[in-house]
Design a protein around this ligand. Structure first.
Ligand code: AP5
Length: 216
């Protein structure tokens, strides 16, 4: 299965992607996670990306597309993949088309998750992530067993620095201006699945599984 999952920041893409990639046994390719790893490893690209991420802006396309092109050269993508947070503008969508064409394959589904801005802001402000493994929690809707500690590896749960209110507003603005048009791009290709992201996590998962099961 080759999937792209789209939607505004904080709508629940990463949460959904974690389940789908386990179910289909495919790699979860989150460009945001890759940039955060590159920064943690103190790479040059990671430092550049961090500057853009901290301002809530998109990392330049030449850097992002090169990272994706390289990731698609790994052998694990032969069984499929799920892109989370890529493509984020029309240029990236076109670049992905080119990469896939060269590999002789195409996307099976583009999932577009939606929720009103108020709910998105509540989700982002309550999000906590494991500083070791990046697992995602929420102070109300997805609590860890022990407050402030990751269930998976005991890592400390922290707030992402781009989840602070000023940056979140910038991220939402950029989403509306640059990423939302990508939905139209995929609509024209007829490969889009609409998911109501306002429901609880288990309901969202059920909607996605049903829609994927109905694909020809
Ligand atoms: P990235 O890491 O991709 O962030 P994002 O797209 O802004 O998405 P988020 O990770 O904020 O949210 P999500 O939708 O995954 O929600 P989650 O599942 O965590 O990108 C970060 C930055 O990197 C960008 O701003 C940009 O600078 C850069 N970047 C990345 N990709 C790029 C690209 N392609 N080009 C250029 N720059 C790029 O859920 C949020 C919270 O809600 C969690 O606490 C969760 O537990 C909770 N939750 C989830 N679902 C539900 C539910 N159904 N009900 C209740 N709570 C829920």
């Amino acid at each position: 299965m080759r999937i792209v999952i789209m939607g505004p920041p904080g709508v629940g893409k990463g949460t959904e992607a974690a389940t789908l990639t386990k179910t289909f046994n495919i790699p979860h390719i989150s460009t945001g996670d890759i940039f955060r790893e590159l920064y943690k490893d103190r790479t040059h690209v990671g430092k550049i990306a961090k500057e853009y991420i901290s301002r809530g802006e998109l990392v330049p396309d030449d850097i992002t597309n090169e990272i994706v092109r390289h990731r698609l050269s790994h052998p694990d993508v032969k069984k499929g993949f799920l892109f989370d947070g890529y493509p984020r503008n029309i240029e990236q969508a076109k670049a992905l088309d080119e990469f896939l064409e060269k590999k002789g394959c195409k996307l099976d589904a583009v999932i577009n998750m939606t929720a009103p801005e108020k709910q998105i802001i509540e989700r982002i402000s309550g999000r906590r992530v494991c500083e070791k493994c990046g697992a995602v929690y929420h102070v109300i809707s997805k609590k860890p067993k022990i407050d402030g500690i990751c269930d998976l590896d005991g890592g400390k749960l922290i707030q992402r620095n781009d989840d602070l209110p000023k940056t979140v507003h910038r991220r939402l603005k950029i989403y509306n201006n640059q990423t939302a048009p990508v939905i139209g791009y995929y609509e024209e290709k007829g490969a889009i699945i609409y998911i109501d992201g306002t429901k609880p996590i288990a309901d969202v998962q059920a909607q996605v599984m049903k829609a994927l099961g109905e694909l020809k």
